[in-house]
Design a protein around this ligand. Sequence first.
Ligand SMILES: Nc1ncnc2c1ncn2[C@@H]1O[C@H](COP(=O)(O)OP(=O)(O)OP(=O)(O)O)[C@@H](O)[C@H]1O
Length: 286
Amino acid sequence: MQTPPHREAASASPLLEARGVTLAFGGVRALSDVGFAVQPGTITAVIGPNGAGKTSLFNTISGFYRPAQGSIVFKGQDITRVPAPRRAKMGLGRSFQNIALFRGMTVLDNIKLGRHAHLKTNVLDALLYVGRARREEALLRREVEERIIDFLEIDHIRHAPVSALSYGLQKRVEMARALAMQPEILMLDEPVAGMNREETEDMARFILDVRAEWGVTVLMVEHDMGMVMDLSDHVVVLNFGQVIASGTPAQVQANPEVARAYLGSGDVQSLRAKLRAAATGRAEAA
Ligand SMILES: Nc1ncnc2c1ncn2[C@@H]1O[C@H](COP(=O)(O)OP(=O)(O)OP(=O)(O)O)[C@@H](O)[C@H]1O
C-alpha cells in the first residue's frame, strides 16, 4: 500500500524537535509538556500572548535553561544536556529579544565575534599547520563576513559603532552576527519588536531571503501576528505554557482556541478581521 503524499511530507525527519518539554521557575510552570517539530527549510513561528512561555521555550532550545522533563532533539540527536555554546557550534544560531551586541564595538567586529564562535581549528591543528590553517581560516572568514554584509545591506555602516545605529539597524546587525556562525537553523527572538513599518518590511524580506538564498531554516518568536502569518509555513501557538494550536497560518487563524487566547472570545472572524486590518496597514505603509 502506498503512503499518501501528505503523510510522507509529515513524516520527513524534522531538523529540530521539542518533546514533552516542561520547565518551572520555583512554583511558576513556564512550559508544560510542550512538543512541536521544525521541518528543514521552513519558517516556523512560535506565537502567544504575553507570558505564554515563548522566551522560556527559546532559552530551553538554545540551552540556557534545562527542562525538568522532556527533551530537545536536533538533527536526530538528543541535545538536552549539551551546553549552549556547543549547541551554537552544532548549528543552532540565535538572536535575542533585547539586543545583545557589544555596543562600543563596530558592526564588523561584532560580526567577527559571531564568526569566532565557529572556528574549526583546534589546538592540535594550530600546532601542526599554524600557517596554512590560519591563512585558510582567515580567507574563509572574510568571505563569509563580506557575503553577510552584502546580503544584509550594511556595508555603509561596517565601521560604525553599534551604539550609533538606529534600533532597526542594530537588529539587522544582530542577525548578521547570528548568520556569521553559519547556522543550520536561525532562531530569531522577536525580530521586528520595536520597529517601525519600514524596518519591519525590510526585516521580513531578509527573513524570507535567509531561507531562500542561504538555505537556513528559521524558527522565530514574534508578537507581530500579521507578519508571522505572512511569512511562516508553520505556526505554533502557546498559551500559559502549553501548545494550544499548531499548523499552517490558515489553520491557526481558524482555530477558536487561538481567538480565545488573543481576543478573550472564540470568534475567529474577529481574529481574521484584526489580521486583515494589520496587513492592510502594512501594505499602505510599504
Ligand atoms: N527567570 C524567570 N524567573 C521566574 N519566572 C520566570 C522567568 N522567566 C519567565 N518566567 C515566568 O514564566 C512564564 C513565561 O514567561 P516567558 O517570558 O517565557 O513568556 P513570553 O511568552 O516570552 O512573554 P513575553 O511575550 O511577555 O516576552 C511567565 O509567567 C514568566 O513570569
